[in-house]
Design a protein around this ligand. Structure first.
Ligand SMILES: NC(=O)c1ccc[n+]([C@@H]2O[C@H](COP(=O)([O-])OP(=O)(O)OC[C@H]3O[C@@H](n4cnc5c(N)ncnc54)[C@H](OP(=O)(O)O)[C@@H]3O)[C@@H](O)[C@H]2O)c1
Length: 213
């Protein structure tokens, strides 16, 4: 599959490497493709390009930007390049101003909803924001059984596509509903972050599972 990634931080690079390893063609989007020269050289199957090119290239596009720069990154990607496409929103709307990460918004909106509003022609699916980058495509590495990924979005077909991709690598997928359910999924990331923070970041190997009886 042709995949575009917007954002070249820890998440963007890790996903690019893992998706290429899984056999996908990847273009990682950035404001400065030159800075990814060494990374691209080490990862055959990954090309670095401006955000607009990554967005145009991807049959499915993953959004992995710092929350504060997300709107600008999407403007650079170009809403037209994303029309009709599935965009997986991995962002967490974090505010670091107090020294400890906190949610910058919530209750009556969410990053997922804002992203959908900025690219109205795209089919945004919230997913993958509740686990560390290195585990996003490696859920089988967790002990204690298959972890679950919570997703939300307005388009059933788009959620089906994301579900197939996630299940193919080993996630159980829990569809919570439309994109407004990002208001509940994003705070879940805070539980993940605070647990990691409280343990001095020595613990990043945690994920969630919905248990039934
Ligand atoms: N780190 C994790 O394990 C993890 C786990 C779950 C969810 N998340 C969420 O995933 C997202 C990405 O995480 P990360 O750690 O990779 O983030 P990051 O390194 O802070 O930022 C990712 C990318 O955002 C782009 N960006 C920043 N400001 C921008 C601006 N003004 N305009 C355009 N692009 C801008 C930059 O891309 P370029 O400089 O290349 O243009 C940057 O490399 C965040 O929202 C984070 O909360 C992270």
């Amino acid at each position: 599959m042709r995949l575009g990634i917007i954002g070249s931080g820890m998440v963007g690079r890790t996903l690019a490497a893992d998706l290429a390893r899984l056999g996908h063609e990847v273009v990682i989007g950035t404001r400065d493709p030159g800075k990814l020269e060494a990374f691209v050289a080490e990862h055959p199957g990954v090309r670095a390009a401006p955000n607009s090119e990554a967005a145009a290239f991807g049959e499915l596009v993953l959004l992995a930007t710092n929350w504060a720069g997300t709107r600008e990154a999407l403007e650079l990607a170009g809403a037209d390049n994303l029309n009709g496409k599935v965009v997986v929103d991995i962002t967490n709307p974090l505010d670091f101003s107090t020294g400890r990460p906190a949610l910058a918004l919530g209750w009556n909106t969410s990053a997922g909803e804002q992203v959908q509003g900025w690219i109205p022609g795209a089919r945004v699916v919230k997913a993958l924001n509740i686990v560390t980058a290195d585990a996003m495509l490696k859920p089988r590495e967790f002990t204690g059984g298959e972890p679950d990924m919570f997703i939300a979005g307005n388009d059933a077909e788009a959620k089906g596509e994301v579900t197939r991709l996630l299940e193919s690598v080993g996630w159980g997928v829990v569809n919570l509903g439309d994109i407004t359910m990002s208001r509940s999924i994003e705070p879940l990331a805070m539980i993940w972050i605070v647990h990691g923070f409280n343990s001095g970041w020595t613990k990043r190997n945690h994920a969630f599972k919905l248990l039934n009886r």
